[in-house]
Design a protein around this ligand. Structure first.
Ligand SMILES: Nc1ncnc2c1ncn2[C@@H]1O[C@H](COP(=O)(O)OP(=O)(O)OP(=O)(O)O)[C@@H](O)[C@H]1O
Ligand SMILES: [Mg+2]
Length: 339
């Protein structure tokens, strides 16, 4: 059934992006250097699977190919300190002749020298995976280099809002928002993949609509559900995609999504999630006292109550890992559930 596996892979970059022309054009405009125009910075934000990384890659490829602009792409989830991010950028730009010192400031000096030679774009994907001091350090120092354009990709605008004033006065990115896809956009995305990746006649449009409807605006879940379902059907020796395969693929994808979302969060988020998972319907007070106990027993310095509230009530709910519902005899008691 699957005759081109690469088309269904996470890193496959399609020839055209569905429903992201406006974001791509905005980013491209901001990154274009001209005789009268210095390139600016951009902050791309939105929920998982909304096409942030793909759109950035798409625009970068075009700039590289058409204008020869050098670009460094850094995934901060992998290069998760300021030093590692700078080292990765130097690697990507293929800068040679490094000095022997291995600290962030000397790496910064290397990039600064490079920027004096030629302008370049630095993409910092998963920017929210860095600790706040590393984010400030990078933005403050890199935004000072006149010919470096920064593209930060994050889940929300929150890290931008939280920056200290001295950083914000230097770093003023254009903000490009990515909303969840509408179901018909997901159908169009799936259609393009099915047409090139699957055997003609082995799937139907209504099945793609079904997958799109389940995926909650997340293109990654939609594509990976299609891929998994087609592989399951292949393995069972079926010539057609079946509803049973789609349902099973979707259940598996939900679990994978959770692991993926959790991987990107801090150990405190994971601890809170584990506690919510272990016991259904804990109240906020119970969850907080269990968190304190567990953090101490792991030798993890506990976070402040205010931060705990933000993690449990905002971030874990936004990542769709936790649900908070009113419950109990009194109306102001909220209870926590794993989704
Ligand atoms: N507009 C689109 N057209 C075609 N494919 C898309 C589009 N948007 C996303 N995809 C595909 O969906 C998957 C997820 O997209 P992408 O990685 O860009 O999301 P993201 O917003 O960066 O998510 P995250 O925040 O989890 O990193 C990728 O496989 C990508 O190829
Ligand atoms: Mg991404």
């Amino acid at each position: 059934m699957v005759h081109r596996h690469d088309v269904l892979e996470e890193l496959h970059l399609p020839a055209a992006l569905v429903a992201r022309q406006a974001q791509a054009a905005e980013l491209r405009f901001e990154l274009t250097f001209g005789p009268q125009k210095t390139a600016g910075h951009a902050w791309l934000h939105g929920p998982p699977g909304a096409g942030k990384t793909s759109t950035a890659r798409f625009v970068i490829e075009a700039l590289r190919a058409e204008a020869g602009v050098p670009v460094a792409y850094v995934n901060c989830w992998k290069a998760n300190t300021a030093y590692l991010a700078l080292a990765q950028a130097i690697d990507e730009l293929r800068i040679l002749g490094l000095d022997q010192r291995r600290d962030a400031l000397s790496r910064l000096a290397v990039l600064s020298k490079e920027a004096a030679r030629r302008p370049f774009v630095l993409v910092l994907d998963e920017f929210d995976a860095l600790a706040a001091p590393d984010r400030s350090f990078l933005l403050y120092t890199l935004a000072e280099l006149e010919r470096v354009s920064l593209v930060c990709i994050a889940g929300s605008q929150e890290p931008l809002v939280e920056l200290e004033d001295r950083v914000r006065s230097r770093f003023r990115p254009v903000q490009v928002a990515f909303a969840r896809y509408a179901a018909n956009d997901l159908v169009a995305i799936l259609l393009a993949r099915a047409e090139t990746g699957l055997t003609p006649g082995s799937w139907s449009r209504s099945q793609l609509e079904r997958i799109a409807g389940m995926s909650n605006g997340d293109a990654r879940i939609a594509i990976q559900t299609l891929r998994r379902a087609a592989n399951l059907a292949d393995r069972a020796g079926e010539a057609f995609l079946t509803d049973a395969a789609v349902d099973r693929a979707y259940t598996e994808m939900r679990d994978i999504r959770k692991q993926y979302a959790l991987r990107k969060l801090t150990p405190h988020h994971r601890l809170i999630f584990d506690l919510v998972l272990a016991e259904k319907g804990l109240s906020a007070k119970e969850l907080w006292s269990r968190y304190l106990q567990a953090a101490r027993s792991y030798g993890l310095p506990p976070i402040a109550l205010r931060t705990f509230r933000k993690y449990a009530n905002v971030e874990l709910t936004q990542a769709r890992l936790v649900e908070v519902r009113p419950g109990g005899p009194r109306r102001n008691v909220f209870r926590y559930y794993a989704t």
